[in-house]
Design a binder for this molecule. Structure first.
Ligand code: FE2
Length: 308
């Protein structure tokens, strides 16, 4: 007996300068490089044990190539495949090692055109800490020292279709949504989860196939202060922050990688259970939903208008 999707497994993002991006993610974000090929770099955070959670791929533009979610069992994978087909997705089987170090899986497109994959196995790498009597954190972390990837936010021309698909075909749960007014139910944007956090993926209005950002988890608010110091010291372009989200109650800094992909360092939020009542944000209060401290319109416009 399985339980479906477990968590976000990895994001595969396009970068224009592979070496420049590698340097940023390793030396500034403090990720560990686990492999490198001619056109790709594989990375993981110190608290992650699978081989990688981020794949940087050399390209002529920024953006999201694909996202992959890890599924509990192969039995779950088969069930999800059938369910995906039931909801009209056309499935391509992915064979073992077609994704470097990743076992077999399935690939399909969301209604928004994003490429998504499901897989069960990835080669085990281990944390940067021993499995027996570990210290709370490893020595020698560089820069921000991000422990793990947390979530991603994508854009869609018709967000409600993709939200609906993720919930029906893949059993995502909804924590929060933006609606026109208190009485309306149709989501303009939504925050969805399969793990225990307020979101593993969120969908906002924008262009199809768009990446708004993917986010790294930090353990506490003070780690955001350190991240801000590291960004300034290294001339990393900060987009917004430090801020608080009304939606998810998280705290945040947004910034850009050298290719122009927006990233986030994120902490806080709450524990999300599948039976939680969905929190609604009405569009007239959306500014507070996004930036609770500085709900200024010009911030919101710059923030929501740029995707890769
Ligand atoms: Fe985020």
């Amino acid at each position: 007996m399985g339980e479906g999707i477990m968590r976000l497994g990895f994001v595969q993002v396009r970068v224009t300068d592979l070496e420049g991006a590698r340097k940023h993610y390793v030396e500034i974000m403090g990720l560990q490089e686990t492999a490198r090929t001619e056109d790709a770099v594989y990375l993981k955070g110190w608290d992650e044990y699978d081989h990688h959670s981020i794949v940087l791929r050399k390209s002529d533009r920024a953006g999201l190539e694909k996202m992959a979610f890890k599924v509990h069992t192969f039995e779950d994978l088969d069930k999800l495949e059938k369910n995906l087909q039931h909801y009209g997705a056309s499935i391509k089987r992915v064979s073992k090692n077609e994704n470097f170090k990743v076992g077999e899986g399935v690939q399909f497109k969301l209604p928004s055109g994003h490429t998504m994959e499901l897989f069960v196995d990835m080669e085990y790498e281990g944390k940067a800490l021993p499995q027996v009597n570990p210290a709370p954190w490893p020595d020698g972390l560089l820069g921000v020292g991000a422990p793990r990837i947390d979530h991603l936010l994508i854009s869609a021309e018709k967000p409600h279709e993709t939200i609906d698909f993720l919930m029906k075909a893949l059993n995502f749960h909804m924590s929060e949504k933006v609606v026109e007014n208190e009485k309306s139910e149709t989501p303009i944007a939504a925050w969805l989860f399969r793990s225990y956090t307020p979101h593993d993926i969120a969908i906002i209005p924008g262009k199809d196939e768009g990446l708004h950002h993917f986010a790294f988890w930090l353990d506490e608010f003070n780690d955001l202060r350190k991240a801000g110091d590291v960004f300034s010291k290294n001339d990393v372009p900060v987009d917004v922050g430090i801020e608080r989200h009304g939606i998810t109650r998280g705290q945040t800094i947004y910034y850009f990688d050298p290719a122009g992909n927006r990233n986030e360092v994120f902490t806080g939020g709450y524990i999300a259970y599948p039976d939680m009542p969905v929190v609604k944000w009405t569009v007239d209060q959306l500014a507070r939903g996004i930036f609770y401290f500085n709900h200024r319109q010009e911030w919101i416009e710059g923030f929501t208008g740029v995707t890769t």
